[in-house]
Design a protein around this ligand. Sequence first.
Ligand SMILES: NC(=O)c1ccc[n+]([C@@H]2O[C@H](COP(=O)([O-])OP(=O)(O)OC[C@H]3O[C@@H](n4cnc5c(N)ncnc54)[C@H](O)[C@@H]3O)[C@@H](O)[C@H]2O)c1
Length: 282
Amino acid sequence: MAGKLAVIGAGLMGAGIAQVSAQAGWDVVLRDVTDEALKRGTEGIKASYDKFVAKGKLEAHDADAALARITATTDLDAVADADVVVEAVFEKLEIKHEIFRALDKLVKDEAILASNTSAIPITKIAAATERPERVVGAHFFSPVPMMQLCELVRGYKTSDETLAKAREFAESVGKTCIVVNRDVAGFVTTRLICALVVEAAKLQESGVASAEDIDLACKLGFGHAMGPLATADLTGVDILLHATNNIYTESQDEKFAAPELMRRMVDAGDIGRKSGQGFYKH
Ligand SMILES: NC(=O)c1ccc[n+]([C@@H]2O[C@H](COP(=O)([O-])OP(=O)(O)OC[C@H]3O[C@@H](n4cnc5c(N)ncnc54)[C@H](O)[C@@H]3O)[C@@H](O)[C@H]2O)c1
């Protein structure tokens, strides 16, 4: 399957989705609000293709052909004839609403509208449109060219046909999908990582084991590539605290109640790699 794809947002995720899709034969319109954002996005894509070519994983002429399939634009009207639209703008409901409202008026009736949101309920995003049955979550992971997973999320009104089309799209760009059948806070992946990080932080906080040993347990005992506390430092303790708070607010499930340690770390600015200190010193 390949056809016309529109990607809204040329940041980290949007550029990655455009990159793998163009490589898989999709004609891609990449839309952002400024020329600078588009320049950054397309330069990033080119640099990534160049790396794959240097490693012998992509032919130079295929990289050139893929780049030629990407049209970068600030004009939203350019996405009108897309078969699939993937939205990857800032994680703000108001911005996503504005975009979905505009897309709904603009694109063909049969087009599907996917959001790459990590945490906003798809049902809330879909409510801005007259076609909630054609709105679906397509949660790609970073870096998109390297990460195999796409978490497909069914909103309250998402149709089977839309889910099938989203799966067809994600598989056509080389991803393997899991399906989240109910639009729960945190979907599957964020719930799993939050449950693990919260428990790991509680074990450290209560002196049961050191951060190093908790991470080693997951690496050597369960074959995880990275321990939960190192993952928290990489993602940002603040980001995970926010995510687990959201899940807790909706579910009232105690296992998502953040320990005091995580809250105080964020208050103190020890949020991980980006601040130089988290569960580890960086
Ligand atoms: N960063 C990650 O690891 C990750 C992983 C999975 C999902 N997500 C989700 O993907 C989405 C995008 O995240 P990101 O990390 O790529 O963000 P980012 O900040 O790198 O990029 C967002 C882009 O959206 C653009 N934008 C803002 N308003 C726009 C509009 N009206 N029209 C077009 N473009 C607009 C911005 O200019 C920016 O280039 C978010 O919903 C995020 O939660 C992020």
